[in-house]
Design a protein around this ligand. Structure first.
Ligand code: ADP
Ligand code: MG
Length: 263
């Protein structure tokens, strides 16, 4: 751990001298690698503990099972973190599909908010039937997951989350998707830094969610912007070009290298 901290500090010090995206990528790859090395035995050991303690009925076994559960929950959080950082700086490996906007967004509004018992969810999708984009569904799911997680964190788990979508016609017809929260809002001085790698105001934040989300959306030819009123809430807006229906050359970029870590 001490060696890792030293290496991270060394990499961070390069940030001032080099392209932040390149530094962020090497930092992320390094952390992902170290996590993978340390993670597997922890997951295995927690699983063995919980299997060993199951059904024994004595108080000691009950507390072992409880602690094993805590370890497994912690491992889930690390797994999510690992997934995020493994993707930083990866070559785009998009699998483009025609995505029907209404059904996709309705599904996503449900998926990203399931179990958020104190979040009131509103949706307003003003979309003509058949409106679609060409996109990698998994990538867009990651973006919406990041935006919703941020929104829920900004509201401390309690408030109103609004999903809106509307078509904007112009030289390039686009869909505009808003994710709006009634959370803490963002200080004007932070607005310029939101999408920079490693910018986070949360103690356990990675500062990579928005950085990576913007990269995904830009790889799709769109963009993400934010507006906010401190103390009232924020709106993150994703714009993406509509699918014009013309056949497009299929994307044959090399697949992203993924690292399997046990579930
Ligand atoms: N909906 C939001 N409301 C308030 N602040 C936000 C919101 N979304 C993002 N932020 C700010 O942007 C920072 C960066 O977000 P992100 O890149 O997702 O990293 P992380 O969530 O790990 O901190 C957050 O730490 C927070 O300060
Ligand atoms: Mg985040």
């Amino acid at each position: 751990m001490a060696i890792l901290s030293r290496r991270i500090r060394a990499l961070e010090s390069e940030l001032s001298k080099r392209d932040p995206e390149a530094v962020s990528k090497s930092l992320a790859q390094h952390i992902a690698h170290e996590i993978k090395n340390g993670f597997t035995p922890i997951v295995m050991a927690a699983r063995q503990l919980s299997i060993g303690a199951r059904g024994r009925g004595d108080p000691y076994a009950a507390s072992v099972a409880e602690y094993a559960k805590l370890i497994e929950e912690g491992c889930d959080a690390i797994r999510r973190f690992h997934t995020t950082i493994s993707q930083v700086g990866s070559p785009p490996a998009m699998r483009l599909d025609a995505v029907d906007l209404r059904s996709f967004l309705e599904e996503e509004a449900k998926r990203t908010t399931v179990g958020r018992d104190h979040v009131h969810v509103e949706t307003a999708f003003d979309l003509p039937s058949g409106a679609r984009i060409r996109a990698d569904r998994d990538d867009l799911r990651r973006v919406l997951t990041n935006l919703v997680n941020n929104a829920v964190e900004a509201m401390d788990g309690r408030g109103t989350l609004r999903f809106r979508a509307v078509i904007e016609t112009g030289t390039t017809p686009t869909v505009r998707i808003d994710v709006e929260d009634t959370g803490c809002g963002i200080a004007p001085s932070d607005m310029d830094r939101l999408f920079l790698p490693n910018f986070s105001t949360r103690t356990s934040g990675t500062g990579l969610g928005l950085f990576y989300s913007r990269k995904i959306v830009r790889d799709h030819g769109g963009d993400i912007t934010a507006t906010s009123v401190l103390g009232e809430g924020s709106v993150f807006t994703v714009t993406l070009p509509l699918d014009d229906g013309r056949p497009s050359v299929s994307d044959d970029a090399t697949p992203t290298e993924t690292v399997d870590i046990p579930r």
